[in-house]
Design a binder for this molecule. Sequence first.
Ligand code: HEM
Length: 442
Amino acid sequence: MSASATVSPPAAARRVPPMVDESMVSQIWKVSTAKNEIFDQARATYGDTFGLNLARGKWYYFADPDDVKQVFTAKPTILHAGKGNEILATALGEHSVLLLDEGEHMRQRKLLLPSFHGEKLDEQTGAMERISEEVVARIPKGETFEVRAMSQEIALEVILEVVLGTASTGKQHDQLGTATRDLLEWISKGYRLFLSSVFGPRSRPIKRMYKPALAPIDQGLYELIAERRQATDLESRSDILSMLLLAEDEDGKPMTDVEIRDELVTLIVAGHETTATALAWAMERLVRVPGGAERLHDEAVSGEGDYSRWVAQEALRLRPVLDFVLRRVMEPIEIGGFQFDEGDVLAPSIYLVHRREDIYPDPLAFKPERWDGVKPGTYTWFPFGGGVRRCIGMQFAMAEMEIVMNAVARAGILLPVGPEEATISRFITSSPKRGGQVRFAF
Ligand code: HEM
């Protein structure tokens, strides 16, 4: 493993990682459509650090946890995640916490964090439990169903209630629900991301392409924000929108409507597809483990045991929803003995680190019990990224995964449907091709 991060030496002594020898278009296509063999082949050929020639610069992938640690702990002034995530700018807006860096990023992050901790999380899990039970009760017994579609329905209801605070019925709830569902379905197509990387997320053609898809949700959200601003019970409300309306930064400045819109869309997009995909993979893998669905059922019924947590952790290891995270280099930096220039993109590879044989023996096997008594390592298990950019919704998502899995498992023992599912790309996620198809044994 490698040396510590320092500012780079003069250009003459530069040592850069090997570049994958393949056309740029082919590389962009494979990365934006989750053809992950490109990473396996590159690591086998070039080792733990290698570069791809992708749009707007060179992207360097890291498969060594020591290097990942250096990336995650580098100064936020040297490595920018916001710049790395800019492909999402068209949908999320310029104030999204995902797209900002340094002081601006910390300001938005601090405004958001209280909504996801302590008492708030307890209130949120209460809503998740109730909504999961309701949705699971509607699953037709004996028929094949898609875990991703079911989880999306749960995740959407959770978002409408917990994030936006709309009552579970009524015109506003239904309009926002439809607008959110339509937007998420629209942006889930991998080729739209491909076009954004080719033309740039802030280019006119891409903005024009997104405009009709964004219009209904923007209209719904701005109406909701205006209405909620008039509410006299903001302090006693527990939804995240109300908390954001009350939030003030260190200078006592509240958030503007546009900032709130951008953070709400960020939470909806970041929290919906990701959690539903993670659940789809968890079930898709679990039903193929002998005795796995039975154990989950028994523990869900008795309310005892850690199996659902292990299943969630193992699914996020072997089938991480996002295969890598991104940081853009703002000043020359050395990581793992290689020098990187301003403009380079550094990508700690979740996919490759999670498949290291030296950390996870028999790495391609789905074994929930490997987590028995084992705490996930910060730089060896990072499906939620790391450092000051680690996912704000990590505990929320883990809680939702366990709650939904237990609600489904209480209803019966799940069986696989068809052969194991291939990986396809939906928006930025790597998702099971048939959405995680299963059925109940009884
Ligand atoms: C299984 C589900 C989820 C996965 C796998 C996931 C994964 C990630 C990853 C990899 C990042 C980037 C971290 C980095 O760059 O180091 C991230 C950031 C983020 N996630 Fe999640 N996420 C999930 C669920 C959620 C949920 C439920 C929410 C909120 C409702 C959420 C909100 C966010 C936000 C706001 C950020 C940006 C944090 C920042 O830049 O400071 N995520 N997530």
